[in-house]
Design a protein around this ligand. Structure first.
Ligand SMILES: [Mg+2]
Length: 241
């Protein structure tokens, strides 16, 4: 039986439902092979290690508003190619375009994504709040067959603000016609998803598959999406008298 004080469940997408890291590795592997980036004896592991290093640094700058999306997309490959001395720097632009096209078509989800969402969507309104670009995030949702479960899909590009900014959460609540007290945010990032939602009075579920240690206040913690069924749909059948 599904009764709870919540009516609206807001989900993060990347690293909560859509396995960003596994999908990214699959894409980079395709690119590494297609462009013969191993020609100089560089292993895929070295390539991905250097790429991750630059990518994380550039995303930090992007979050601080210090670089543009287009620059980030290309520069992560330019820096990787230069550092490993593989190929001409001008292939970075081509690779960047390919990454952006191919990556969102990958379909690796966290275990039990479909089972949980299918079940919950019959009893609650489900929505997405994601930091990302419209085209990319919609492609992921379509390809992984996730769109069917969601009523509202809110992207940071659409709002012009990134999580954890309160404005994106407020926009999402308004769009879903929901109040904070009847809403809950489910996400993998303690600052971006959890602190952001908490600041505007929403309850939170921290998705923590890596079981990291943390001190922050969360309403619930889960390590597998299947646990959502227990949180929202308690079995209240009592023993026969
Ligand atoms: Mg996330």
């Amino acid at each position: 039986m599904c009764t709870s004080k919540y009516k609206h469940l807001f989900f993060d997408l990347d690293r909560t439902l859509w396995d960003f890291d596994k999908n990214s590795v699959e894409t980079l592997k395709d690119i590494f092979e297609k462009y013969n980036l191993n020609a100089g004896g560089v292993s895929f592991d070295s390539f991905i290690k250097i790429y991750n290093h630059h990518n994380h640094k550039l995303w930090d700058l992007y979050r601080q508003g210090k670089i543009e999306k287009d620059i980030l997309s290309i520069k992560r490959f330019t820096l990787t190619i230069n550092e490993l001395n593989i190929g001409k720097p001008n292939i970075a632009e081509q690779i960047s375009t390919e990454y952006i096209i191919v990556s969102p078509t990958k379909k690796v989800l966290f275990p039990n994504t479909h089972e949980s969402l299918s079940f919950l969507s019959k009893n609650y309104k489900l929505h997405i709040i994601t930091n990302g670009f419209n085209e990319v995030q919609y492609t992921k949702l379509e390809n992984a067959e996730l769109s069917q479960y969601f009523t509202e899909i809110i992207t940071s590009e659409q709002v012009g603000k990134l999580k954890p900014n309160s404005e994106i959460f407020e926009f999402a609540l308004q769009k879903a016609d929901a109040t904070p007290s009847e809403s809950i945010m489910i996400g993998d990032d303690l600052e971006v998803d959890i602190a952001g939602a908490d600041r505007i009075g929403m309850d939170t579920i921290f998705f923590n598959p890596e079981k990291i240690k943390f001190n922050q206040k969360v309403t619930y913690e889960i390590i597998d999406l299947i646990e959502l069924k227990e949180i929202f749909c308690t079995n209240t059948i009592s023993n026969p008298v």
